[in-house]
Design a protein around this ligand. Sequence first.
Ligand code: CUA
Length: 332
Amino acid sequence: MRLSFPLFPEQASTLASKVDSLYFFSLAISAFFSVLIALVIFAFFIKFRRRRAGEVGAPIHGSLMLELVWSIIPFIIAMSLFVWGAIVYFDIVTVPGNATEYFATGKQWMWKFQHPEGQREINVLHIPVGETIKLKMTSEDVIHSFYIPAFRVKQDVLPGRYTTIWFEATKPGTYHLFCAEYCGSEHSLMGGSVVVMEPDEYQAWLDDAGPVASPEEIGAALFDQYICSTCHETDDSGRGPSLHGIYGKEARLADGRTVMRDDDYLRESILRPATHIVNGYPQIMPTFQGQINEVGVLQLISYIKSLGDSETPAAAAGDEAVAASNSVGTEE
Ligand code: CUA
């Protein structure tokens, strides 16, 4: 692997060896059959060559055994690739429950990150080794794709919705980070690095930046700045519904539909409020499209997520979404 022109990226995440094993398995199968077919073609050239002028091949009567063999063996190989591939795919798309959430925003032509503690970075992401990290990603403009070859993870980043990616780095070091979707004239420059650090070094790096406001705190400040609280009060007596304890719960809309109030719902409600009108409330909310950028929306959502069910404690029983209390930064 220590070639000056490496053919293969380093394996630096828990997913890397799983992806590589599957890759090498399919490569081995392809190589085995390519060589086998080439050899058989060559052997048949010789064995079945025309020996006399006017010679005609013997008639073929078929062979059940042969047909069963060349159907069943490829079936087993194809199904094992499919099942193995599905298992690895589910590992990649299923975010472990203990993951720490970071934000990533793509913008022509840079990657912006925000740590759960509040630190922000552009094109460089510092993370601790051995910790499960989930990136909640969106784009300010066009489609980008977040790609870390050493971690074997790649995910499109789309304007107008959230996508996620997760990884757990297994060794400290600096790894390439790319945009893997053509996104304009400076696409090739849209990249940077992921710096994986020992946990104590990472802590020291966080401390170096001094005290920073967390996404929840910035979200709370935005909530005040845009005077959201004039309509969204702590109980349902306001002109709009209360936002306390709503995250992860269903809402009935004026048109009779029931929707889950998740990240995408909250984002849509801030930028295009007319899409979902909660039953019993008038459509009076102005749009904040063009006033708040995607990072601001993520911070507002963090703040709304952190709002406990403080006004109606009885309703909180048995609902774990509400377990996240008012205290900043304790959820997840
Ligand atoms: Cu962003 Cu290519």
